[in-house]
Structures are given as structure tokens and as C-alpha cells.
Design a protein. Structure first.
Length: 250
């Protein structure tokens, strides 16, 4: 059966020394979390090596993005092999902030996902609608097309190393969480889209995380939903107590 995971996305926050302190605090408190709940911290590229050196095997490490090319003359980009060589096991891909501000397209995400999987990195693929799309009732269509455009290029075997994160853009950093019902409705829908393509077993084994103003006060209700298998946590992941409190909410 699928794994429950709580992943922290630090985004562009903390200096390296601050990040190392935060990672140490997460590791120290991670002993409170039952072993069956996976813990991941996704950190800026600059932090990967230093954070890797203080993590225990209990807390896995993720990048927040990767290049869509393997290597070469791509100034400023960071390849999957570089990420892997820092000690990371995962990368987030397709975060709405990258789609919105950095022109991330589904086509690029296919390339990035191929490279990440080939390098042995697990992928946390983010999908989700913005406010305008939600208000127009297009949230199912948006999530379906993001899933189809990217994940339908991969195999059932590949899906073992892919986690989906549903992050409604209107709930990210706004303090406005999707209700447990709103989130569950989309999670169940995403699982059905996956089942139609890959079969029920693959869909049932795929971890689907919720992200968007998830915090200690609402995590329990969200994680109690049948198809919500944990969270991708932004702001609250910058505080080790809150992050671990969320991980204790299953
Ligand atoms: P917040 O938890 O700050 O809303 O961010 C969610 C997110 O974007 C995680 O990737």
C-alpha cells in the first residue's frame, strides 16, 4: 500500500547556516514520528550538501527543481547528476511558482522527469489550479491535463518513484486552505485519472500529497481523508516544531 509522506518545501528561504540549523532541529524531532511516515526536506540547491551532512537516514533530502538538460553549456542550471551527487534522493518538479514565474511547461516537465528518474531521483510532481480556474469550475480539467501531459509519458514501473502533490495555487501561502472535502474530491479524481491509465494497483500505490497552507491546526482533518496521503508543506516547514507536528497528524 502507498506510503504516507510529509515533505517540507523550504522554497527560497534560509541562508545555508540557518538551513543547517533547521535540518538539525527536524532530525532531532523526527524520532517522535512513526517510522511508517516518510519525512523529506526540499531545500535550495546551495543547501543540499550541507543539509545532507546533518540529516539522518530518517529524513530524506530533495531538490526543489532540476535542469531539463543532462549537462553542458546551460549557465546557471543544476543537473540531476549534480543533485544526486549532493546526496539528495528526490526532486520537486512543476511547482506552481515555477510554472507561474519561470515558464515551466508540461513539455519541460516531461524532460525533467525523465532525467530525474534516470538519475535515480524520486519525483514529487506538483499539479493544481489557480483561483480563476477554480472559480470557472475548471479545476478537474486543469489537474487532469497536467497529469496527462506529464505522467502519461511514463510507465507503471516509473510511477513507483513518482509522488503527486495537489497544490491549489489559491491556497499557497495565502492562509486559505482548501477544505478537506475540496482537497479529497480532487485527490480521488487524480487517483482515478491514474487508475484509468496505469490500473488500480498503481493508482492505489501512488502517494498523493496536499499542499497549500497546510499547518498543525488543519493537517489532521486533511490527512484523515481517504485519498490524502500527507502534505507538501511550505511556510510551516520553516519551523521544525510545526513541521513535525504536521507529521504527527495521521
Ligand atoms: P504554503 O504551505 O506556504 O502554503 O506552501 C505550500 C507549497 O507551495 C508547498 O510546495
Amino acid at each position: 500500500m502507498r506510503k504516507n509522506i510529509v515533505a517540507g518545501n523550504w522554497k527560497m528561504n534560509t541562508t545555508v547556516p540557518e538551513g543547517v540549523e533547521l535540518a538539525k532541529a527536524v532530525v532531532a524531532k523526527s524520532v517522535e514520528v512513526p517510522a511508517e511516515v516518510g519525512l523529506i526536506v526540499a531545500v535550495p540547491f546551495t543547501h543540499l550538501t550541507s543539509v545532507a551532512s546533518v540529516l539522518s537516514s530518517r529524513v530524506e533530502l530533495s531538490a526543489e527543481n532540476c535542469a531539463d538538460k543532462a549537462k553542458g553549456a546551460y549557465t546557471g542550471e543544476v543537473s540531476v547528476d549534480m543533485i544526486k551527487s549532493c546526496g539528495a534522493q528526490w526532486t520537486i518538479l512543476g511547482h506552481s511558482e515555477r510554472r507561474q514565474y519561470y515558464g515551466e511547461t508540461d513539455e519541460k516537465l516531461v524532460e525533467k522527469t525523465k532525467l530525474a528518474l534516470a538519475a535515480g531521483l524520486g519525483v514529487i510532481l506538483c499539479v493544481g489550479e489557480n483561483l480563476e480556474q477554480r472559480e470557472a469550475g475548471k479545476h478537474f480539467d486543469v489537474c487532469e491535463s497536467q497529469i496527462k501531459n506529464v505522467l502519461f509519458n511514463f510507465s507503471a514501473e516509473d510511477m513507483k518513484n513518482i509522488v503527486v502533490a495537489y497544490e491549489p495555487v489559491w491556497a499557497i501561502g495565502t492562509g486559505k486552505t482548501a477544505t478537506a472535502e475540496q482537497a479529497e474530491e480532487i485527490h480521488a479524481f487524480i487517483r482515478k485519472v491514474l487508475a484509468d491509465k496505469f490500473g488500480t494497483q498503481v493508482a492505489d500505490n501512488t502517494t498523493i500529497l496536499y499542499g497549500g497552507s497546510c499547518k498543525p491546526s488543519n493537517a489532521k482533518e486533511l490527512f484523515a481523508q481517504k485519498d490524502i496521503d500527507g502534505g507538501l508543506i511550505g511556510g510551516a516547514a520553516l519551523n521544525a516544531d510545526d513541521f513535525i507536528q504536521i507529521a504527527l497528524s495521521f
